[in-house]
Design a protein around this ligand. Structure first.
Ligand code: ADP
Length: 275
């Protein structure tokens, strides 16, 4: 609490009262603390890959470069760590644009089932191209014939669903089944991506949408994760007036859900300039 006070003084010189302004700074302090924590997180997250890149370059310089077996291995690590840092910076820039409100989304009325099927077709294409020694998984669709219209930026919304599906794949066991469902309710339409993976502990269900939060840091890093994907997904979904959350039982998989407002007919406002 910040307290400002002033005395009310009469022309005669007598003090006849006092004004006290109480200013609640809890919120301000909380955002300041969050900002400091965020900067500290960014520094740590970048220091780890940078330190590892430096040590591999040092080793190459100290002779490993002449070793025809080690040199390509070391360069590969340097390459993938560098890629991860670029991904992280791009994610950070996107979050910062969302924070500042300068990430203008190009909203249009799209038919959700059609977009969802289109996104899933891309994943089926990837699955059909996988080699037998890679992790196997299938994606089962539960999408109704009736379609609904939602107001989204198709490319950003694709990015959100790609993220959820890629996570489901990442955390699925070999041979796992991922279910991609769309359920039309009275008020909103729900998109649900379920996997048969490790699940998420109850105490972390909200925290996974926080910046840099990862249930298992080492595991996520090893898979090239930045811990920012779900934070970005949340920003985008909320911008679209939707909600995103996860339901999970540890050891029994997770279901990530997105709820969006919908209409039964296309909103042609954007195309015709009139409601
Ligand atoms: P990351 O780059 O680490 O995947 P995300 O923001 O996408 O970052 O996810 C944050 C964390 O949430 C992950 O590190 C993981 O611990 C957890 N998580 C996300 N999706 C799943 C899932 N399908 N199953 C289990 N845990 C998940």
């Amino acid at each position: 609490l910040k307290v400002n006070s002033a005395q009310i003084q009469r022309e005669s010189g007598f003090i006849s009262g006092m004004v006290i302004v109480l200013h609640d700074v809890t919120e301000e302090q909380r955002t300041n603390a969050e900002r400091r924590e965020f900067v500290s997180n960014v520094s740590h997250e970048l220091r780890t890959p940078l330190t590892s890149v430096k040590s591999y370059i040092d080793a190459l310089q100290e002779g490993a470069i002449g070793d025809s077996e080690l040199a390509p291995q070391f360069l590969k690590v340097v390459q993938s760590e560098t890629e991860r840092m670029i991904n992280m910076i791009n994610d950070l820039l996107e979050l910062s644009r969302m924070d500042q409100g300068t990430n203008d989304l190009a909203l249009e009325s799209v038919s959700l089932g059609a977009l969802f099927n289109y996104i899933l077709d891309r994943f089926d294409m990837i699955i059909s191209g996988r080699k037998p020694d890679q992790k196997q998984y299938t994606i089962k669709r539960e999408i109704p014939e009736t379609d609904v219209w939602v107001e989204v930026d198709p490319s950003k919304f694709t990015q959100v669903l790609d993220n959820l599906i890629n996570n489901a794949i990442k955390y699925s066991p070999d041979g796992g089944v991922i279910t991609a469902a769309m359920v039309i309710e009275t008020q909103e339409v729900i998109i649900a991506i379920s996997d048969q993976g490790l699940g998420i502990p109850a105490k972390d269900l909200d925290r996974v949408f926080g910046r840099f939060f990862r249930v298992d840091k080492a595991r996520s890093r090893a898979q090239g994760g930045t811990g920012l994907g779900l934070a970005i997904a949340k920003e985008i979904v909320e911008y679209l007036h939707g909600r995103i959350w996860v339901e999970s039982k540890e050891g029994q998989g997770s279901t990530f859900k997105i709820a969006l407002p919908y209409t039964l007919e296309a909103d042609l406002e954007d195309d015709w300039g009139e409601p």
